[in-house]
Design a protein around this ligand. Sequence first.
Ligand code: JB3
Length: 207
Amino acid sequence: MKDSVVVIGAGGHAKVCVEILHAMGRHVAFCVGQEKSPACCAGVPVVEGDKHLLRLYDEGYVEVFVAIGSNGLRQKLAAMALSFGYSLVSAVSPKACVSPSATLGRGIAIMAGACINAEAIIGDLAIINTGSTVDHDCVIGTAVHIAPQSGLAGNVKVGDRTFVGIGSCVIPEITIGSDVTLGAGSVVVRNLPAGVKALGVPVRIVT
Ligand code: JB3
């Protein structure tokens, strides 16, 4: 069994996550990209095509990190890797601030400057991006992305695969459904149902 991580993805998100894994002291053996991916991602060689995932597993790699920004695709590729036998590792920047009472899921990314406060729960495959804050008792679903510089006050709930656009703010006690897309800079002062697109100050549903 090999002690190195395989990263799925070879784009912008992958290069940030590879650097975090390195900062955690992990060795990343390969990034698995697609045709036309760059040959190298943050100094890590890139192989093209998901067929390599099975081959690498057979060669003894057992840990994978899914570094894909799209929430749905990240969840799908993670399910595929799990079905091959991989386990999901997380990339938590040493420059993030994570409460000891927070609960962290599998395969999550927490970037530099992010802050996860007391008793927050972060679901599998979530991204808490650069400089975002998730305050006390928040519950973040599976494969959510909280984009950079967003702020979630206490007791906010965010459903699976929801995208919170860069620089958004959410007041305390708000519930946002699954598969919601929130535009950049939204200020959320009311609950939002599943599946909507919403933006603005204060937030309004657009579709
Ligand atoms: O906003 C910030 C700070 N980061 C964004 C991130 C969260 O999401 C970033 O700016 C991008 O908007 C996005 O990053 P991502 O997902 O790395 O996007 P991009 O740079 O376009 O690269 C997409 C990568 O996914 C490429 O390396 C593709 O080859 C790879 N990819 C797409 N589909 C796939 C597949 N790789 C594999 N192995 N399998 C696929 O099916």
